[in-house]
Design a protein around this ligand. Structure first.
Ligand SMILES: Cc1ncc(COP(=O)(O)O)c(C=O)c1O
Ligand SMILES: N[C@@H](CCCC[NH3+])C(=O)O
Length: 418
């Protein structure tokens, strides 16, 4: 097994902390997302400890998993948040988050979202274009406020990840080219309702090598030094998220090695360091529990048709991403090579290809590493209700989101009169 310390076999049955997954399936049904509270806490604390006595702030990237119980747990651990919409802002506030620990990223912030964030007094807007800066300046003026801003710089660094989740190359829509960003910082007097307080970048997600982080960090730190020598009052450097996790054979740097590399690029420059981890905090703290509906054998292939599908976990269909799939009960029979597929009417609806198990109909499977970008990217395609989510704490299982009902799905639709 990969990196799932709180998901373990005991006598051939898979457990989360002290609870057998079989018990969770019987009580809450399937498909169901299952998170380990201990795994979340351990990982958060690993980040915190890696910074030792530095001045730092961990701003969890809410998009990775925005369940209120997870956000609230992170609030209690002291976390800040990286949001990308007004909706995420409302979630963080509802979960008890401190506005002074919120940074707001995203290339398409809209006027109402800016107003909401200004009214809430968030820590910083990570601004991604000159046009966005102008609008923010206007809105802040109308509200008689001054918006704290970092420019998100596009450092043109190859993150060496899937092209759909690489964000720091010059052809990507994200961030402002370095030279342009420098000019904007030095034209601050044109923006009386903006206060430049930070400098930001985020070069992509699921990075498994340190080098791209270091290259981006060095470019930002050299800009930071130029800004400081030009008397800009920059108090924080936000190096984004992106640290990868192990889904199969990847060997990403440890949290400590990653944080050390960031601290090293910062050198003796005295600013607060912000990071925006998403996947590395929650990815391996969750799994998607699913039950086999049918085993179907054709002359060409063996299919395990399960009750979770691409609408529940779209990463395999969208990025051809690999998630380890474990049998909840390890059987001793012959292994068979299965295509693990869902009920959705698309050939691209699969959770894993060529997985070898000994299975019987109605057996449970655990799709691992599904804590990040699982439920947060799920949809109702094929009018499938979104799965329940539970959090295990020792020997207790808490329902943190009930499975949707079909009535909820249709409640906001209107049949027109004839
Ligand atoms: C601006 C920003 N910050 C942080 C993250 C979190 O990334 P990850 O989940 O890879 O840590 C993302 C997503 O890639 C992002 O777009
Ligand atoms: N959704 C992506 C990560 C996107 C990161 C957001 N900037 C994934 O599942 O891997």
């Amino acid at each position: 097994m990969s990196d799932f310390p709180h998901f373990e076999y005991q006598q051939n049955a898979l457990y989360v902390e002290s609870v057998p997954l079989e018990t969770i399936a019987s009580k809450f049904g399937t498909p169901c997302y299952v998170y380990s509270r201990a795994a979340l806490i351990t990982t958060y604390q690993a980040f915190e400890q890696a910074f030792a006595d530095d001045d730092f702030l961990i701003c969890y990237a809410v998009k990775a998993n925005s369940n209120l119980a997870i956000l609230n747990l992170l609030v209690r651990l002291g976390s800040g948040f990286d949001i990308v919409s007004g909706g995420e802002l409302q979630r963080v506030i509802k979960a008890g988050g401190d506005p002074q620990k919120i940074v707001f990223s995203g290339v398409g912030k809209q006027a109402d979202e800016m107003r909401m964030a200004l009214a809430t007094d968030i820590l910083c807007f990570n601004v991604e274009s000159a046009a966005e800066l102008q609008l923010l300046n206007q809105i802040a003026a109308a509200m008689n406020k001054v918006a704290p801003v970092s420019l998100r710089v596009n450092p043109d660094v190859d993150a060496k990840t899937h092209p759909y989740i690489s964000t720091g190359l010059k052809e990507n829509k994200f961030g402002i080219p370095l030279e342009e960003a420098e000019q904007i910082y030095f034209s601050a007097d044109q923006f009386p309702h903006i206060r430049f307080t930070g400098l930001d970048c985020h070069i992509g997600s699921q990075l498994t090598e340190l080098d791209p982080f270091t290259q981006a960090g060095e470019k930002l730190v050299s800009l930071l030094q130029r800004l400081k020598s030009g008397n800009q009052q920059i108090t924080h450097l936000d190096l984004g998220g992106g640290l990868g996790i192990r889904y199969s054979t990847e060997t990403p740097p440890s949290i400590q090695t990653y944080v050390n590399a960031l601290r090293k690029t910062l050198g003796t420059n005295k600013v607060r360091l912000l990071i925006e981890p998403g996947r590395s905090l929650v990815g391996n703290a969750g799994l998607l529990l699913t039950r086999t509906i049918y085993l179907k054998h054709t002359p060409d292939r063996h299919f395990a048709i399960v009750d979770a599908a691409m609408n529940d976990l779209m990463r395999p269909s969208l990025y051809n991403a690999y998630h380890e799939i474990l049998p909840v009960l390890k059987r001793n029979g012959d292994l068979c090579n299965y295509q693990v597929v869902g009920p959705v009417c698309e050939t691209g609806d699969f959770l894993g290809h060529d997985r070898k198990f000994s299975l019987e109909a109605a057996d449970l499977l655990a799709v691992m590493s599904a804590g990040a970008y699982g439920t947060s990217m799920s949809s109702n395609y094929n009018t499938r209700p979104r799965a329940a989510e539970v959090m295990v704490d020792g020997d207790t299982v808490h329902l943190i989101r009930a499975r949707e009902t079909i009535d909820q799905l249709t409640a906001s639709e209107t049949i027109l009169p004839a």
